[in-house]
Design a protein around this ligand. Structure first.
Ligand code: ADE
Length: 267
């Protein structure tokens, strides 16, 4: 499931350049019973299955007791590993967030990505089925993240989203050093959406590239881009302007007012 996204483009390059390491761990390999059972029926009845606490605890505590990048050798059974204390939680490093991906978590956005990018190591737990045993939350997890108000079949896609968004923030991950800085939602654009981009041909099906972009006048290009960014944010995500308000210049505010900002908000 992870092979595609991790073997393309930015992530592929970041892995090749050892800017990041990603180790995948199959929770099933951390079961000790013959049938490698990872889930059980819920106490109190009801439908669905609940992921068991022990295999997840064994996986997370064993992995974090090893250096980053370590994985269980192929075919190895968990029982082959050094003793694991069934009855007491391992002391986990305080600076390694143990993150459960769940629709109940705090909403992932660019500022959370930036926050996570400051850590040298992250543990991401992908839940499946109806949920995970609550003791995973109470004993193991330090953070819970949702990538949006919708329900995925499991945390894997959400984990890949987090890995991608965090990796591209690492210095050297993008070819263009300014790239991530100017993305929509980043601090570099003051929390505004990016404006339109154009490349050749000059005329596509009767629609020409705006003249200002061909003018060679850097200040005018910069002003035009700023205004397009403001306009796009006003049209699509006006609530972002309130957040960005303190970063807006007088010229920005006048431009927005002339395009109906303020009047709409007051209604
Ligand atoms: N697992 C299922 N849905 C999810 C979501 N929206 N975010 C993170 N993890 C999830």
């Amino acid at each position: 499931m992870f092979a595609g996204p991790f073997s393309e483009s930015i992530l592929k390059r970041a892995l090749e350049n050892q800017l990041i390491q990603i180790a995948l761990h199959d929770i099933r390999a951390y079961t000790t019973d013959r049938h490698h059972v990872c889930d059980g029926t819920p106490y109190g009845g009801g439908g669905g299955m609940v992921m068991k606490a022990e295999p997840i605890a064994r996986a997370v505590e064993t992995v974090l007791a090893h250096p980053a990048g370590w994985t269980l050798p192929p075919q190895a059974a968990f029982v082959d590993l050094p003793p694991w204390n069934e009855n007491a939680p391992a002391v986990l490093a305080a600076d390694v967030p143990v993150i459960l991906l769940t629709p109940q978590g705090r909403r992932f956005d660019q500022s959370v990505a930036l926050e996570l990018s400051q850590h040298s190591r992250l543990a991401l737990i992908c839940g499946r089925y109806e949920g995970v045993d609550e003791r995973v939350r109470s004993q193991l997890v330090s953070d819970e993240i949702s990538i949006g108000d919708f329900v995925l079949s499991g945390g894997e896609l959400a984990a890949m989203v987090v890995v991608d968004a965090v990796t591209r923030l690492l210095p050297g991950a993008l070819g263009d050093a300014l790239g991530a800085h100017q993305d929509s939602h980043s601090a570099g654009t003051d929390g505004l959406l990016e404006g339109p981009h154009y490349t050749r041909p000059h005329n596509f099906r009767g629609e020409a590239v705006p003249d200002v972009l061909l003018s060679g006048h850097h200040a005018q290009v910069a002003r035009w881009r700023r205004e397009q960014s403001l306009l796009r944010t006003l049209e699509r995500r006006p609530e972002l302007l309130a957040v960005a308000a303190e970063k807006l210049s007088k010229a920005d505010r006048d431009f927005l007012s002339a395009h109906g900002w303020g009047s709409a908000q007051e209604q």
